[in-house]
Design a protein around this ligand. Structure first.
Ligand code: KG4
Ligand code: ZN
Length: 358
């Protein structure tokens, strides 16, 4: 019987300070021995978004306590772990550096292997924490910083099919929520108030819906929301109608683009029985879940959503990605530095900025 690996994971790429201790189990998934998350939501709420310097300071203040708590809860000591994984990018450099440095120090002083993890790979592999997943699968990653369709061929082997050419989907939720004076992060409030509104009240644009394959765009939608919200004047009913109309428009865009991505996946892999994994913070949205689930029934594929606990940023997914990389003998040097940009598919074209042809 091969040894079951136990890893410490550390995540500080944005506004969550997180640490987790997880162990492989006999089912090929993970036992979550601890999964500790300290969210800075309250600190950023008054600014309607993440303020990098404040986030970095909060990580510095919390990280030691969060890691200690993760060890205490897991009833595992440093000498019993097999390695340390910390997020090394993409994200805010000042934030990433906090978790990365402490991860490297723990690995160095305890003489354990160190793995610098791509945050996106953490999300991409996160369903494997709970469900046994078969490669290749199609990933729809929808988070605050990223929106992409990717073929996950194996650990460290990704092919991007499409991405946003401007805002990330979570960003679109957050900016719309800010215009409606809802809380940060905006997704949960938009979802809550959408239930009270009329989704057909506002007619909003669906940018590049009929072009550019499964690439997506939300900037024009945001501008349209801005134009309409100027007329809303804090009217509660109109705000609810806007939340509902926005969410409905997003669902229409996602359904069309997911359909195209599935068709591309089928053509490229010839794999009829496959899974679509929907990961990232926005995957917590129930109306999006229902929408993609109904598309999966129509197009006959399986769809998997990570449990809510693992949809948003967490360190269990970083520890899990670390274990998967370690098993493939991919470890990092201790002089590894944080990266603000780090695409999963290194060959994917950069889809932002002037001169982009669709
Ligand atoms: O994956 P995540 O925790 O952090 C990043 O890596 O970005 O995603 C955070 C994003 C935020 O934009 C937040 O508004 C969005 O996920 N989100 C939601 C919901 N819950 C969180 N968006 C829509 N509906 C939700 N229920
Ligand atoms: Zn994330």
């Amino acid at each position: 019987m091969t040894k079951k690996l136990t890893f410490l994971g550390i995540e500080t790429s944005c506004d969550e300070t997180a640490a987790a201790v997880i162990r492989e189990n006999d089912q090929g998934t993970a036992d979550i021995l601890s999964n500790v998350i300290s969210s800075q939501v309250k600190e950023h709420n008054k600014f309607g978004g993440v303020v990098p310097e404040l986030a970095a300071r909060a990580h510095l203040e919390n990280i030691e306590y969060i890691i200690k708590t993760a060890f205490n809860k897991s009833k595992i000591s440093i000498d019993q772990i097999d390695g340390v994984a910390a997020t090394a990018g993409p994200g805010l450099i000042v934030c990433l550096t906090v978790g990365l440095n402490i991860g490297k120090s723990i690995a160095a002083f305890s003489d354990k292997p160190f793995i610098g993890v791509n945050h996106l790979e953490g999300h991409a592999l996160s369903p494997g924490l709970i469900n046994k997943i078969q490669f290749p699968y199609l990933l729809l990653l929808i988070s605050g910083g990223h929106t992409q369709f990717v073929i996950v061929k194996d650990v460290d082997k990704y092919e991007q099919l499409g991405t946003t050419i401007d805002d990330a989907l979570g960003e679109a939720f957050d900016k719309t929520a800010k215009m409606l004076a809802f809380n940060y992060p905006g997704g949960p409030d938009i979802e809550k108030f959408a239930k009270l509104g009329d989704e057909n009240f506002f007619q909003l644009p669906k940018p590049i819906i009929n072009k550019a394959g499964c690439n997506l765009s939300f900037a024009g939608l945001k501008t349209a929301v801005l134009r309409e919200t100027k007329k809303i004047n804090n009217n509660v009913n109109l705000k609810n109608h806007m939340a509902a109309s926005f969410q409905k428009t997003i669902n229409k865009i996602l359904r069309k683009k997911t359909r195209i991505a599935v068709e591309m996946f089928l053509k490229k892999t010839n794999k009829k029985n496959f899974q679509l994994i929907v990961a990232g913070g926005v995957a917590a949205n129930k109306s999006i879940r229902e929408n993609i689930l109904s598309l999966s029934q129509e197009m006959n594929f399986n769809v998997v959503f990570p449990s809510l606990e693992f949809c948003g940023d967490n360190a269990a997914m970083i520890a899990w990605a670390g274990i998967q990389r370690y098993k493939k003998n991919i470890t990092s040097e201790l002089n590894l530095t944080a990266k603000s940009r780090w695409p999963l598919d290194k060959k994917a074209p950069y889809m932002k900025g002037p001169g982009l042809k669709l």
